[in-house]
Ligand binder design. Sequence first.
Ligand code: 3PG
Ligand code: MG
Length: 348
Amino acid sequence: MRLPRSVRDADVAGKTVLVRADLNVPLEDGRVADDTRIRASLPTLELLLENGAAEVRVCSHLGRPKTDEDRARYAIAPVAARLAELLPDGRIRVLENTRFDPGETQNDEGYARELAAGCNVYVNDAFGSAHRAHSSTEAVAHLLPAYAGLLLLDELEHLGRLLGDVERPFVLVAGGAKVEDKVGVLQHLGGRADTVLVGGKMAEELRDDNPLGFPVELPVDVVAAAAFAADAETQVVPYDAVPAGWRGLDIGPATATRFGEIVRGARTIFWNGPMGVFEWPRFAAGTNAVARAVADADAYSVVGGGDSVRAVNEAGLAGEVSWVSTGGGASLELLEGRELPGVAAIPC
Ligand code: 3PG
Ligand code: MG
């Protein structure tokens, strides 16, 4: 795989460095619920500080803000506060959520110029956003000397292993809510995996209409809830017996057992996306079962995506997984064999 040039080779002494990190972390009650991505961005920031950068401007998107009210909900402040706790240094400055500027997702050059203004070097360490051709990940890389951060490089190396000759069976587990992002990508990945297990919201959509062109294993039972609420009344039912007006919020125990067996038998695993609304403990069993199975397997195992990573961390299993990726969609697209725009924009 083509590796972009490393931040280790950048001369940053006395310079102002713009760093695009992926600090798109889950929030709860206005606080950072999982700081994995913030921690993962520290090595590059520390390297820049050690190498004498005069100022390090960190930028990231947070969430998918659309309305004016979203500006309060997705303000970067809680993320900046957590970063300042982890790495207190007066030379670090965190810019506001890049997606508050309408130009960002258009890969607008005007917004890229604003970001680049006053900076001498650009470092992209946002692996999780490298599949987005946005101003802060793509356009800006053409305006400043651009380098890859340490996390971005690490991710490319670890995920790249899944693109080579993998040990089989290779099991792919997919779930989560960003269905529209994933179906197309899964389509291309299917040929590489021996078995594809699908849970969560995506399973419902694939059951109605599987456009993938290969079979996937879908849940046989679900934990159905009378309402979309943490304390809703629940029953375990076969997938096709969800009472009218109820909805499946987790895979059921029979599915969890079956998925667990398949995962335990794998030699290579890639898992992206939770099996249900695991943030609510009563709907977390399926996701936790998958996390446990991934950890138990004697396999090269990679977990990607903010929610699955959070599940692995909360279960205390991160140390038993070969590589915990900070990328969700980015890791899927990389595994699909696509060039990531945020990587392609950095010279070798
Ligand atoms: C992610 O969480 O997958 C990345 O931060 C990218 O976010 P996005 O899917 O909203 O572009
Ligand atoms: Mg994503």
